[in-house]
Design a protein around this ligand. Structure first.
Ligand SMILES: Nc1ncnc2c1ncn2[C@@H]1O[C@H](COP(=O)(O)OP(=O)(O)O)[C@@H](O)[C@H]1O
Ligand SMILES: [Mg+2]
Length: 287
Protein backbone atom coordinates (compact mmCIF):
# COMPACT_ATOMS: atom_id res chain seq x y z
CA UNK A 1 0.00 0.00 0.00
CA UNK A 2 1.31 3.46 -0.90
CA UNK A 3 2.66 5.53 1.94
CA UNK A 4 3.66 9.17 2.13
CA UNK A 5 5.58 10.24 5.20
CA UNK A 6 6.52 13.68 6.52
CA UNK A 7 9.46 13.22 8.82
CA UNK A 8 10.30 16.20 11.06
CA UNK A 9 9.64 18.70 8.30
CA UNK A 10 10.31 22.39 8.92
CA UNK A 11 10.20 25.37 6.60
CA UNK A 12 10.92 29.07 7.07
CA UNK A 13 10.50 32.12 4.90
CA UNK A 14 13.36 34.32 6.07
CA UNK A 15 13.09 34.38 9.84
CA UNK A 16 9.47 33.33 9.85
CA UNK A 17 9.15 29.64 10.65
CA UNK A 18 6.03 28.61 8.78
CA UNK A 19 6.14 24.83 9.35
CA UNK A 20 7.43 23.45 12.61
CA UNK A 21 8.73 19.91 12.82
CA UNK A 22 5.79 18.20 11.14
CA UNK A 23 5.46 14.43 11.25
CA UNK A 24 2.64 12.55 9.56
CA UNK A 25 1.98 9.34 7.66
CA UNK A 26 -0.55 9.22 4.84
CA UNK A 27 -1.95 6.04 3.32
CA UNK A 28 -4.67 5.73 0.64
CA UNK A 29 -7.80 7.66 1.60
CA UNK A 30 -8.93 11.26 1.90
CA UNK A 31 -7.20 13.57 4.35
CA UNK A 32 -8.54 16.98 5.27
CA UNK A 33 -5.93 19.62 6.03
CA UNK A 34 -8.02 22.11 7.89
CA UNK A 35 -6.95 25.45 9.27
CA UNK A 36 -7.38 29.22 8.97
CA UNK A 37 -5.59 31.32 6.36
CA UNK A 38 -1.90 31.61 7.11
CA UNK A 39 -1.73 28.31 9.04
CA UNK A 40 0.78 26.87 6.56
CA UNK A 41 -1.43 24.57 4.48
CA UNK A 42 -0.22 25.74 1.08
CA UNK A 43 3.40 25.68 2.22
CA UNK A 44 3.01 22.08 3.36
CA UNK A 45 1.44 21.25 0.02
CA UNK A 46 4.30 22.86 -1.92
CA UNK A 47 6.71 20.67 0.02
CA UNK A 48 4.69 17.54 -0.70
CA UNK A 49 4.43 18.42 -4.39
CA UNK A 50 8.19 19.00 -4.47
CA UNK A 51 7.84 22.65 -5.52
CA UNK A 52 9.65 23.73 -2.35
CA UNK A 53 12.31 22.01 -0.26
CA UNK A 54 12.09 21.62 3.47
CA UNK A 55 14.84 23.33 5.51
CA UNK A 56 14.90 20.36 7.82
CA UNK A 57 13.47 16.87 7.70
CA UNK A 58 12.39 14.90 4.68
CA UNK A 59 9.42 13.55 2.81
CA UNK A 60 9.33 9.89 1.90
CA UNK A 61 7.22 8.11 -0.67
CA UNK A 62 7.11 4.36 -0.14
CA UNK A 63 10.20 4.65 1.98
CA UNK A 64 12.31 6.74 -0.38
CA UNK A 65 13.05 10.43 -0.24
CA UNK A 66 11.01 12.33 -2.83
CA UNK A 67 14.16 14.33 -3.61
CA UNK A 68 15.86 11.16 -4.76
CA UNK A 69 12.78 9.91 -6.57
CA UNK A 70 12.47 13.22 -8.44
CA UNK A 71 10.57 12.79 -11.67
CA UNK A 72 9.46 9.26 -10.78
CA UNK A 73 7.63 10.74 -7.79
CA UNK A 74 6.23 13.78 -9.56
CA UNK A 75 4.72 11.51 -12.21
CA UNK A 76 2.63 9.86 -9.52
CA UNK A 77 1.29 13.21 -8.39
CA UNK A 78 -1.82 15.15 -9.34
CA UNK A 79 -1.97 18.74 -8.12
CA UNK A 80 -4.65 21.40 -8.08
CA UNK A 81 -2.96 24.56 -6.76
CA UNK A 82 -4.80 27.23 -4.78
CA UNK A 83 -4.49 29.82 -7.53
CA UNK A 84 -4.26 28.38 -10.97
CA UNK A 85 -4.24 30.08 -14.32
CA UNK A 86 -6.62 28.41 -16.71
CA UNK A 87 -5.56 29.86 -20.07
CA UNK A 88 -8.89 31.58 -20.81
CA UNK A 89 -8.56 31.26 -24.57
CA UNK A 90 -8.09 27.52 -24.52
CA UNK A 91 -11.04 25.27 -25.03
CA UNK A 92 -11.42 22.71 -22.26
CA UNK A 93 -10.28 19.91 -24.51
CA UNK A 94 -7.21 21.84 -25.63
CA UNK A 95 -6.38 22.68 -22.02
CA UNK A 96 -6.44 19.01 -21.04
CA UNK A 97 -4.32 18.02 -24.03
CA UNK A 98 -1.87 20.75 -23.14
CA UNK A 99 -1.66 19.65 -19.51
CA UNK A 100 -1.29 16.02 -20.60
CA UNK A 101 1.68 17.04 -22.75
CA UNK A 102 3.25 18.95 -19.85
CA UNK A 103 2.88 15.87 -17.70
CA UNK A 104 4.58 13.77 -20.34
CA UNK A 105 1.60 11.54 -21.06
CA UNK A 106 1.80 9.48 -24.20
CA UNK A 107 -0.60 10.52 -26.94
CA UNK A 108 -2.52 7.25 -26.80
CA UNK A 109 -2.91 7.57 -23.05
CA UNK A 110 -4.20 11.14 -23.30
CA UNK A 111 -6.60 10.09 -26.04
CA UNK A 112 -8.03 7.44 -23.77
CA UNK A 113 -8.02 9.39 -20.51
CA UNK A 114 -9.31 12.81 -21.57
CA UNK A 115 -12.80 11.64 -22.62
CA UNK A 116 -13.04 9.50 -19.48
CA UNK A 117 -12.09 12.41 -17.25
CA UNK A 118 -14.47 14.76 -19.04
CA UNK A 119 -17.21 12.24 -18.39
CA UNK A 120 -16.20 11.87 -14.74
CA UNK A 121 -16.32 15.61 -14.02
CA UNK A 122 -19.44 15.94 -16.14
CA UNK A 123 -18.01 18.38 -18.67
CA UNK A 124 -18.15 16.32 -21.87
CA UNK A 125 -20.80 18.61 -23.40
CA UNK A 126 -18.69 21.73 -23.01
CA UNK A 127 -15.32 20.38 -24.08
CA UNK A 128 -15.17 22.63 -27.13
CA UNK A 129 -16.02 25.78 -25.18
CA UNK A 130 -13.42 28.28 -24.04
CA UNK A 131 -12.48 28.28 -20.37
CA UNK A 132 -13.10 32.04 -20.14
CA UNK A 133 -16.85 31.33 -20.28
CA UNK A 134 -16.81 28.73 -17.53
CA UNK A 135 -18.54 29.21 -14.17
CA UNK A 136 -16.53 28.80 -10.96
CA UNK A 137 -17.80 25.27 -10.49
CA UNK A 138 -16.99 24.26 -14.08
CA UNK A 139 -13.51 25.73 -13.80
CA UNK A 140 -12.77 23.82 -10.60
CA UNK A 141 -14.01 20.59 -12.17
CA UNK A 142 -11.81 21.20 -15.20
CA UNK A 143 -8.86 21.72 -12.86
CA UNK A 144 -9.68 18.51 -11.03
CA UNK A 145 -9.76 16.64 -14.36
CA UNK A 146 -6.33 18.07 -15.08
CA UNK A 147 -5.05 16.87 -11.70
CA UNK A 148 -6.31 13.36 -12.47
CA UNK A 149 -4.46 13.05 -15.79
CA UNK A 150 -1.94 10.24 -15.69
CA UNK A 151 -3.90 8.34 -13.05
CA UNK A 152 -1.87 9.71 -10.11
CA UNK A 153 -1.43 7.79 -6.84
CA UNK A 154 -1.24 10.99 -4.80
CA UNK A 155 -3.69 13.85 -5.37
CA UNK A 156 -3.24 17.21 -3.71
CA UNK A 157 -6.06 19.76 -3.81
CA UNK A 158 -5.44 23.20 -2.35
CA UNK A 159 -8.69 24.99 -1.47
CA UNK A 160 -10.55 23.27 -4.31
CA UNK A 161 -13.94 24.72 -3.40
CA UNK A 162 -12.84 28.36 -3.20
CA UNK A 163 -15.37 30.56 -4.96
CA UNK A 164 -18.01 27.85 -5.34
CA UNK A 165 -21.62 28.29 -4.30
CA UNK A 166 -23.09 25.82 -1.77
CA UNK A 167 -24.54 23.52 -4.43
CA UNK A 168 -21.28 23.40 -6.36
CA UNK A 169 -19.41 22.67 -3.15
CA UNK A 170 -21.52 19.61 -2.49
CA UNK A 171 -21.07 18.44 -6.04
CA UNK A 172 -17.33 18.89 -5.84
CA UNK A 173 -17.15 17.10 -2.52
CA UNK A 174 -18.99 14.08 -3.96
CA UNK A 175 -16.63 14.08 -6.90
CA UNK A 176 -13.60 13.96 -4.61
CA UNK A 177 -14.98 10.99 -2.72
CA UNK A 178 -15.66 9.24 -6.03
CA UNK A 179 -12.05 9.42 -7.19
CA UNK A 180 -10.58 8.49 -3.81
CA UNK A 181 -10.32 4.75 -4.26
CA UNK A 182 -6.79 3.46 -3.66
CA UNK A 183 -5.24 6.92 -3.71
CA UNK A 184 -3.80 9.29 -1.18
CA UNK A 185 -5.84 12.49 -1.43
CA UNK A 186 -5.03 15.57 0.57
CA UNK A 187 -7.58 18.39 0.57
CA UNK A 188 -6.54 21.68 2.13
CA UNK A 189 -9.40 23.93 3.14
CA UNK A 190 -10.58 26.38 5.76
CA UNK A 191 -14.14 25.19 5.27
CA UNK A 192 -15.11 22.40 7.67
CA UNK A 193 -18.04 21.13 5.62
CA UNK A 194 -15.80 20.48 2.61
CA UNK A 195 -14.20 17.51 4.31
CA UNK A 196 -16.22 16.66 7.41
CA UNK A 197 -18.03 13.71 5.84
CA UNK A 198 -15.52 12.53 3.25
CA UNK A 199 -12.19 12.60 5.09
CA UNK A 200 -10.81 9.49 6.71
CA UNK A 201 -8.55 11.70 8.81
CA UNK A 202 -8.41 15.39 9.60
CA UNK A 203 -5.23 17.33 10.31
CA UNK A 204 -5.99 20.56 12.08
CA UNK A 205 -3.31 23.04 11.26
CA UNK A 206 -2.46 26.11 13.28
CA UNK A 207 0.59 28.35 12.95
CA UNK A 208 2.71 25.72 11.27
CA UNK A 209 1.88 22.85 13.57
CA UNK A 210 -0.73 20.09 13.61
CA UNK A 211 -2.06 20.29 17.17
CA UNK A 212 -4.86 17.81 16.55
CA UNK A 213 -5.42 14.99 14.09
CA UNK A 214 -7.52 11.89 13.80
CA UNK A 215 -10.72 10.58 12.31
CA UNK A 216 -13.59 13.09 12.42
CA UNK A 217 -15.18 10.80 14.98
CA UNK A 218 -12.11 10.79 17.23
CA UNK A 219 -11.87 14.57 17.14
CA UNK A 220 -15.55 15.09 17.88
CA UNK A 221 -15.37 12.65 20.76
CA UNK A 222 -12.88 14.95 22.49
CA UNK A 223 -15.62 17.50 23.11
CA UNK A 224 -18.42 15.06 23.90
CA UNK A 225 -20.62 16.66 26.55
CA UNK A 226 -19.35 20.17 25.85
CA UNK A 227 -21.74 21.23 23.10
CA UNK A 228 -25.09 22.68 24.12
CA UNK A 229 -28.08 24.24 22.52
CA UNK A 230 -29.81 27.01 24.42
CA UNK A 231 -33.30 28.00 23.35
CA UNK A 232 -33.89 31.60 24.26
CA UNK A 233 -35.36 34.94 23.16
CA UNK A 234 -33.99 38.24 21.90
CA UNK A 235 -33.60 39.61 25.44
CA UNK A 236 -30.95 37.04 26.45
CA UNK A 237 -28.89 36.73 23.28
CA UNK A 238 -26.28 39.30 24.20
CA UNK A 239 -25.63 37.87 27.64
CA UNK A 240 -25.21 34.35 26.21
CA UNK A 241 -22.83 35.57 23.52
CA UNK A 242 -20.64 37.29 26.08
CA UNK A 243 -20.63 34.31 28.45
CA UNK A 244 -19.95 31.43 26.02
CA UNK A 245 -18.11 30.40 22.90
CA UNK A 246 -20.87 30.47 20.31
CA UNK A 247 -20.74 28.10 17.36
CA UNK A 248 -23.99 29.01 15.71
CA UNK A 249 -27.16 31.07 16.12
CA UNK A 250 -30.39 30.32 14.32
CA UNK A 251 -33.98 31.39 14.77
CA UNK A 252 -37.56 30.65 13.85
CA UNK A 253 -40.66 32.79 14.46
CA UNK A 254 -40.73 32.20 18.20
CA UNK A 255 -37.29 31.23 19.41
CA UNK A 256 -33.59 31.79 19.08
CA UNK A 257 -31.33 28.73 19.16
CA UNK A 258 -27.75 29.26 20.27
CA UNK A 259 -25.19 26.49 19.97
CA UNK A 260 -22.43 27.00 22.51
CA UNK A 261 -19.30 25.30 23.83
CA UNK A 262 -18.97 25.03 27.59
CA UNK A 263 -17.29 22.73 30.09
CA UNK A 264 -20.43 22.48 32.22
CA UNK A 265 -24.03 22.82 31.19
CA UNK A 266 -25.11 26.46 31.03
CA UNK A 267 -27.84 27.28 33.51
CA UNK A 268 -30.75 28.06 31.28
CA UNK A 269 -34.15 26.47 31.52
CA UNK A 270 -34.11 25.33 27.93
CA UNK A 271 -30.65 23.94 27.44
CA UNK A 272 -29.75 20.56 26.01
CA UNK A 273 -26.51 18.75 25.35
CA UNK A 274 -25.88 18.17 21.65
CA UNK A 275 -23.79 15.71 19.67
CA UNK A 276 -20.55 17.42 18.65
CA UNK A 277 -19.73 17.94 14.98
CA UNK A 278 -16.42 18.88 13.41
CA UNK A 279 -17.53 22.50 13.18
CA UNK A 280 -17.84 22.53 16.98
CA UNK A 281 -14.37 21.05 17.34
CA UNK A 282 -12.88 23.58 14.93
CA UNK A 283 -14.45 26.38 16.93
CA UNK A 284 -13.23 24.79 20.16
CA UNK A 285 -9.62 24.73 18.92
CA UNK A 286 -9.44 28.00 17.03
CA UNK A 287 -11.84 30.57 18.37
N1 LIG B 1 6.53 33.02 -0.55
C1 LIG B 1 6.37 33.44 0.71
N2 LIG B 1 7.23 34.31 1.28
C2 LIG B 1 7.10 34.71 2.56
N3 LIG B 1 6.10 34.30 3.37
C3 LIG B 1 5.21 33.45 2.88
C4 LIG B 1 5.28 32.97 1.53
N4 LIG B 1 4.25 32.11 1.33
C5 LIG B 1 3.56 32.07 2.49
N5 LIG B 1 4.11 32.86 3.42
C6 LIG B 1 3.66 33.03 4.81
O1 LIG B 1 3.66 31.74 5.41
C7 LIG B 1 2.53 31.57 6.25
C8 LIG B 1 1.75 30.36 5.81
O2 LIG B 1 1.18 30.62 4.54
P1 LIG B 1 0.42 29.52 3.70
O3 LIG B 1 1.24 28.30 3.65
O4 LIG B 1 0.02 30.14 2.41
O5 LIG B 1 -0.86 29.25 4.63
P2 LIG B 1 -2.35 28.77 4.27
O6 LIG B 1 -2.29 28.05 2.96
O7 LIG B 1 -2.74 27.90 5.42
O8 LIG B 1 -3.20 29.99 4.20
C9 LIG B 1 1.76 32.88 6.19
O9 LIG B 1 2.13 33.64 7.29
C10 LIG B 1 2.22 33.50 4.89
O10 LIG B 1 2.15 34.89 4.98
MG1 LIG C 1 -3.34 28.30 1.22
Amino acid sequence: MAELVLRNVSKSYGKHKVLKDLCYTFSPGIYGLLGPNGAGKSTMIHLITDNLRPDEGEILYNGESIRNLGKAYREKLGFMPQQQRVYPNFTLERFLWYMAALKGLKKEEAKKQIPELLELVNLSDVKTRRLSGFSGGMKQRALLAQALLGNPEVIILDEPTAGLDPKERIRFRNLISRVAFNRIILVATHVVSDIEFIAKEILLMSEGTVPESGTPWELCEKIEGKVFQIVTDEAHVQEIISAYKVVNISKDENHIYIRVLADVMPEYAECKVRKPGLEDFYEYIFE
